[in-house]
Design a protein around this ligand. Structure first.
Ligand SMILES: NC(=O)c1ccc[n+]([C@@H]2O[C@H](COP(=O)([O-])OP(=O)(O)OC[C@H]3O[C@@H](n4cnc5c(N)ncnc54)[C@H](OP(=O)(O)O)[C@@H]3O)[C@@H](O)[C@H]2O)c1
Length: 326
């Protein structure tokens, strides 16, 4: 009930503030930037002075369309926008993307925004698709790009950023798979017969909050100068539910309550330029907020450690050494 009240209050009565922190001279990667929140975040980064924004997307023709639209709207010069292919359904593609990013002159912020929601059980790589896209590939990308962010931070004597677009729905994840025997959480998540697909997106967002807390603990800002945080944009009009038949009442609710993707995108841009106090934090509507639900207290810490032990093993299998960040 409190959750519902908070939600309606947030959607109706509050709005994330207009971003004002300068992105002057910065190079930013925004994943899933051909539509929705990612596309609007690209617009904001340019308005705030970024020198280069990379639209990372799986279909480059869609990315080019978005780039043309943004160029027409903002009047930015074509060389300020690049479209790079990034398919999060393939670990090899994620690794290839991160390898390419090593060649950038600088990398100031990664807004790891690409994500999906579905009720259908499909498999990509060695997991159900939502887990591969929202969790494993997102983690792989963030870890693989971390050294480049450290390099830029040291070179320019600044803090650089990794911001993951999480969601307030992490809080309602029931995550029954956590009751799996030791070391078998991800194995259980890929079991089609046991899959609770109505809970799957929420679980993926919970695992993102764990990931951010874990990366922050592994690499303090004082050493790396890379700030890692996650944001929650509220319910927004985007294409996220394109694969889900929502029904008349949800459609009506969306019409009344959902924010525009521009309004939601302000939270991403805030996360990508926020101060060191946001390291490892969850930032709904640009405010540091103590995570709730299954993240809470000692049980939350223990669950995070169990998830991390498995996630780390998976990432190390994909790319040995990738999680050794400092
Ligand atoms: N909309 C909301 O109410 C809301 C609320 C909280 C959090 N979020 C989060 O916000 C983020 C952005 O979503 P959105 O709402 O803007 O939805 P969206 O309009 O559907 O955008 C999602 C983006 O992610 C990309 N993507 C999905 N799967 C991918 C894959 N395997 N490889 C590469 N790119 C992939 C999509 O590419 P294609 O266009 O090629 O599919 C698209 O660019 C997501 O992480 C979502 O969970 C959204």
């Amino acid at each position: 009930m409190v959750l519902l009240f908070d939600f309606i209050n947030r959607q109706f009565l509050t709005e994330p503030p207009i971003p004002t922190t300068s992105y002057k001279g910065r190079t930013v990667i925004v994943t899933g930037a051909n539509v929705g929140l990612g596309k609007e975040a690209v617009r904001w980064c340019l308005k705030l002075g970024a020198s280069k924004v990379i639209i990372a997307c799986r279909t480059t023709s869609k990315g080019s369309l978005a780039a043309t639209e943004i160029q027409n709207d903002t009047g930015c010069s074509p060389d300020m926008l690049e479209v790079w292919k990034l398919n999060m359904s393939s670990y090899a593609a994620v690794r290839e993307f991160a390898e390419r990013a090593k060649g950038l002159e600088r990398l100031d912020a990664v807004i790891a925004n690409a994500g999906m929601s579905t009720l259908k059980f499909n498999t990509t790589e060695d997991n159900e698709e939502t887990i591969t896209t929202n969790v494993i590939s997102t983690a792989l990308l963030c870890f693989a790009l971390h050294p480049k962010l450290v390099e830029t931070a040291k070179q320019y004597n600044i803090n650089t950023h990794i911001t993951i677009t999480a969601s307030e729905l992490y809080e309602v994840a029931s995550f029954k798979e956590r009751k799996a025997p030791e070391g078998k959480i991800f194995e259980t998540l890929r079991d089609k017969k046991k899959a609770k697909m109505r809970d799957r997106y929420n679980v993926s967002k919970l695992l993102q909050v764990f990931l951010v807390r874990q990366m922050a603990a592994l690499s303090p800002v004082s050493a790396s100068h890379v700030i890692v945080n996650c944001v929650a944009p509220g319910m927004c009009h985007t294409e996220l539910h394109r694969n889900i038949a929502t029904g008349k009442w949800v459609d009506v609710l969306m019409k009344i309550l959902a924010r525009t993707s521009e309004v939601g995108s302000r939270t991403l841009v805030y996360g990508g330029s926020a101060g060191p106090e946001t390291h490892g934090k969850y930032l709904p509507d640009c405010k540091i907020t103590e995570p709730a639900g299954l993240c809470r207290g000692l049980p939350g810490k223990e669950l995070q450690e169990r998830v991390w032990a498995e996630l780390r093993a998976k990432l190390e299998k994909i790319q040995p050494g990738v999680t050794s960040i400092a």
